[in-house]
Ligand binder design. Sequence first.
Ligand code: FES
Length: 136
Amino acid sequence: MDTIHTTENTTDEPIAVCASDALAEGGQGVRFRVLLGQEESSAFVIRVNNGVRGYVNRCSHVPVELDWNYAQFLDDSGLHIVCATHGATYDGETGACLGGPCSGSALRALQVSEANGEVLWQPDAGVKPHPDGIED
Ligand code: FES
């Protein structure tokens, strides 16, 4: 008799990405390494409007990294993520496209939270920790 295996991994433990105080409101983010499907990619966490948000570091226009300097994602308002390549603008809280060549498509959001002074990432079926470690 065949055994049925589910491919959806819901048992991954949350992973500590950085200390909570590493993320200033509207400031620099923290990058980490992930697998997006089978592909190596980076991801990042930022603090926007007093909440931690996380996204895959990949523009929805062309799949390039977003940061304009290493781990710098947000514009001067501290609210919007701006792609360094052609200037697509995303809502830092939701990842939704606000303007530019992202043309209505959003960033890939990650499940992130904070507990005991740490920023935690919960991997999901589409974005997993890099097998060599998440440190970027
Ligand atoms: S690659 Fe991001 S706006 Fe074109």
